[in-house]
Write a protein that binds this ligand. Structure first.
Ligand code: HEC
Length: 91
C-alpha cells in the first residue's frame, strides 16, 4: 500500500503542470505567444542578422522581452533562446 502511494505521489509530481522543467522546455510556445508583434522569424535568418553567437542571442531575447515589458525569469529567456537557436541560428 505504501509503495502504491509513493508511486502515485511520484506520478503527480512528474506530471504536474507546475514542474519547472516541463515549463522551461516550451520556448516555442512562449515565443509564439509573446514575440510576434514587431518582427517575424525572418530577422533570425536574414544574411545581415545582428546576433552572432549564443551569448548575443541570450542578450537579444532579454532586450526584446524588456520591449514588451514581459518580466521573464532567466529560465524563460533561456528556453526562448534555445528554441531560436535550435530552429534558426544553429550555433
Ligand atoms: C517592441 C517591438 C519588438 C518586440 C515585441 C520583439 N522584438 Fe525582437 N527585435 C525588435 C527590433 C527593433 C529588433 C532589431 C531589428 C534590426 O536590427 O533590424 C529585434 C531583433 C530581434 C532579434 C535579433 C535578430 C538578429 O538580427 O539576429 C532577436 C533574436 C529577437 N528580436 C527576439 C525577440 C523575441 C524573443 C521577442 C519576444 C520577447 C521579440 N524579439 C519581440 C523589436 C521587437
Amino acid at each position: 500500500m505504501k509503495k502504491i502511494f509513493a508511486g502515485l505521489m511520484l506520478t503527480a509530481i512528474l506530471c504536474s503542470p507546475l514542474s519547472p522543467n516541463l515549463y522551461a522546455a516550451d520556448g516555442k510556445a512562449i515565443y509564439s505567444k509573446n514575440c510576434t508583434g514587431c518582427h517575424g522569424t525572418e530577422v533570425f535568418t536574414r544574411p545581415d542578422r545582428k546576433v552572432k553567437n549564443r551569448p548575443d542571442l541570450q542578450n537579444r531575447v532579454r532586450q526584446c522581452s524588456y520591449a514588451i515589458e514581459a518580466k521573464w525569469f532567466d529560465e524563460e529567456i533561456t528556453a526562448v533562446a534555445e528554441y531560436l537557436n535550435k530552429d534558426f541560428y544553429k550555433f
